[in-house]
Design a protein. Structure first.
Length: 258
């Protein structure tokens, strides 16, 4: 099934993976989505855990970039740290509502912005077997992987919440999410790019989903490189496409070689 909002691409296909070359790591700023990009998507979000080889690879890349590497996810910072433990990197959580910068300082949106939406969403999910509500504090996600036919209904329900309340709806792969309207992955990457060690470098962002498109747009406008993981037959703002997480890891291993 194609996730809501993902339609066949009408423009020319992006360059094949073999043509993909990264800028010199010494002048690059690397940004990675997690689920579907660095790691395969699992039926349950809690089942996603990194392996030692990936953690070691990210450490080598970070060292080559002089620390200008960040994870950019819809997960909370705490969940990102769980997945990559004991590695703790610069990270963006909740689509930009949480940020931990290179100094370790954290900025988090107030979770009370979701207080008026929690009960209605709990009731909606309870009335539809197979749906799952993930309460991340400042965002609320309705997962419908087990009931894909309910995706459109879940989206319609979340769209009842007004932008006047400061909220926005974010679609993804078998998930729709209510989040603070001020933030997205583009605003988060822009925020990190304003300070060392990211400032003055060429941004490179790898993602796989609708949640990553805002990041692709910012990186493109900033003169960087945007790469989508997945089928080239899907419309995207990314400049290049890699077929899967294995292809990305192979590329990164090549770039991180001594």
């Amino acid at each position: 099934m194609v996730a809501p909002g993902l339609m066949p691409q009408t423009q020319a296909s992006p360059a094949p993976a073999a043509a993909l070359a990264l800028p010199a790591l010494e002048r690059a700023a690397l940004f990675f989505d997690v689920d579907g990009t660095l790691l395969e998507i699992r039926p349950e979000p809690r089942d996603v855990v990194s392996d030692g080889d990936l953690r070691a690879l990210l450490q080598r890349l970070s060292a080559r970039c002089h620390g200008a590497l960040a994870l950019v996810s819809g997960r909370s910072l705490g969940d990102i740290d769980r997945i990559f433990s004991p590695l703790k990197l610069t990270a963006v959580g909740l689509h930009g509502a949480e940020i931990r910068d290179a100094s370790g300082a954290e900025r988090r949106a107030d979770p009370r912005i979701m207080d008026h939406a929690r009960k209605p969403l709990r009731d909606f999910v309870a009335a539809h077997e197979g749906l799952m509500l993930e309460d991340k504090g400042a965002t609320l996600a309705v997962h419908y992987r087990k009931r894909p036919e309910l995706g459109a209904e879940a989206l319609r329900f979340l769209l009842r919440f007004s932008p006047a309340d400061g909220l926005a709806v974010q679609e993804g792969k078998f998930v729709v999410e209510l989040k603070p309207g001020l933030y997205d992955k583009g605003t988060a990457i822009a925020e990190l790019m304003r300070a060392p060690p990211f400032a003055g470098r060429m941004p490179v962002f790898f993602g796989d989903d609708l949640t990553d498109e805002a990041g692709f747009v910012f990186v493109n406008h900033a003169g960087g490189l945007s790469v989508r993981i997945g089928s080239p037959e899907v419309r995207t703002q990314a400049q290049q496409v890699l077929p899967d997480t294995d292809a990305l890891r192979a590329l990164l291993m090549h770039e991180a070689r001594p």
